[in-house]
Ligand binder design. Structure first.
Ligand SMILES: NC(=O)c1ccc[n+]([C@@H]2O[C@H](COP(=O)([O-])OP(=O)(O)OC[C@H]3O[C@@H](n4cnc5c(N)ncnc54)[C@H](OP(=O)(O)O)[C@@H]3O)[C@@H](O)[C@H]2O)c1
Length: 346
């Protein structure tokens, strides 16, 4: 199978921008579907990229946009719902919020539209820790979506698709599916590390929820390379890959690394579970939703891989120590001047 035309959903986001750039470098023709074309200015200027404004939740739109495509890459995901009512009491089958719409219903529609258009290849972005039974609504919905996509690529599956009224006819279509489960992703433009860098810059003391939560952050270029290099690689068909960097850190250790790199020493106060909950409850109700109770639930499970970075994608994954200075230490001269003034108390 030689893939040339690739449709990317979520291509305007942090990871998507890197995936699309690497696709272009490798000579693919790319169609990016987005809700707001004007927000994708960086992509519009790339050669061989067509940015289409579309409502991807409308199955008729997907059917039309997937016509003639050799592969579809789904990167759509959200970390917060508009109304943060996720809690462990929610039943997986009962919830029909934003997580369900984007992580379950959308993959279902994508699989369906791929089948109708006989798109032979589908790459799907899940997340490390995603499980249909997870306490966190984010991880639970990602887990259900991931399972649904995997089923679509398994013609001989004996498993019942018990949690959806799912489109069973999709089974047996022979679509080659590859699923990716990264830990938290870092790189220029990320929200995770950059958010902490912003906090460190703004506050002298940092009360930290989930300080002991473990992560194995992976570089965005390594994630993008895994997607792009798997497209035409038969060895990756039907496989699920966990993607992690070379080192495990607690959240507190990530904060300390960011402090070292930015040269700003701050006091970190790890919060107990009860105070962590209160902090998340407050933050999820503030603009920007810095943290939600659902994020806290997801941090109760270690976000680490039990294996090395998949050899099939070649090379070793990059370490945070090697990459963070390139975008956290690179403030412009005026910002450095303001920091010097602040440190001097003027
Ligand atoms: N970043 C991480 O650390 C991390 C770790 C593990 C897994 N992931 C997964 O990786 C994927 C990409 O993450 P990211 O960090 O690149 O996210 P991002 O920057 O927030 O981008 C998400 C993309 O999803 C689309 N999107 C968001 N809400 C949507 C909605 N309601 N309807 C339609 N499209 C919507 C957006 O497209 P438009 O705005 O153009 O429509 C955007 O391009 C997600 O599936 C995420 O769960 C990320």
């Amino acid at each position: 199978m030689i893939i040339k035309n690739v449709c990317v959903l979520g291509g305007s986001g942090f990871v998507g921008t890197y995936v699309v750039s690497q696709l272009v470098e490798k000579g693919y023709k790319v169609r990016v579907l987005t809700r707001k074309r004007e927000r994708s200015k960086d992509l519009i200027v790339l050669p061989t990229v067509e940015v289409v404004e579309a409502n991807i939740h409308d199955e008729r739109v997907l059917n039309k946009q997937f016509e003639g495509m050799d592969a579809v890459i789904n990167l759509v995901g959200i970390l917060h719902e508009r109304n943060c009512h996720s809690s462990r009491v929610d039943k997986p089958q009962a919830r029909r919020g934003d997580f369900h719409e984007n992580h379950v219903e959308l993959p279902r529609k994508i699989v369906h539209a791929c089948a109708i258009n006989q798109v032979p290849r589908l790459l799907h972005m899940s997340a490390l820790g995603a499980e249909p039974t997870a306490d966190s609504g984010y991880l639970r919905s990602k887990g259900i979506g991931e399972h649904l996509v995997r089923e679509a690529g398994l013609p001989d599956s004996k498993h019942e698709n018990w949690y959806l009224n799912g489109p069973k006819f999709i089974r047996g279509q022979g679509m080659a599916v590859t699923i990716f489960r990264p830990s938290v992703i870092f790189g220029r433009g990320d929200s995770f590390v950059s958010k902490f860098a912003g906090l460190i810059k703004s506050f002298p003391i940092l009360p930290l929820a989930g300080a002991g939560a473990k992560f194995q952050p992976v570089f965005v270029e390594d994630v993008a390379n895994a997607f792009v290099s798997s497209l035409n690689n038969l060895e990756t068909f039907g496989k699920t890959y966990e993607l992690c960097g070379p080192k495990v850190y607690t959240l507190k250790e990530i904060m300390e690394l960011v402090m070292d790199i930015t040269g700003k020493k701050r006091s970190i106060i790890p919060l107990c579970p009860r105070l962590s909950y209160v902090q998340a409850l407050i933050l999820e109700n503030l603009p920007g939703k810095m943290m939600t109770r659902d994020n806290l639930l997801s941090m109760q499970v270690d976000n680490v891989c039990g294996c090395d970075f998949p050899a099939v994608f070649g090379g070793k994954p990059a370490a945070m120590e090697a990459i963070l200075p390139s975008y956290l230490g690179g403030e412009n001269p005026r910002e450095r001047y303001m920091d010097l003034r602040e440190n001097a108390g003027r």
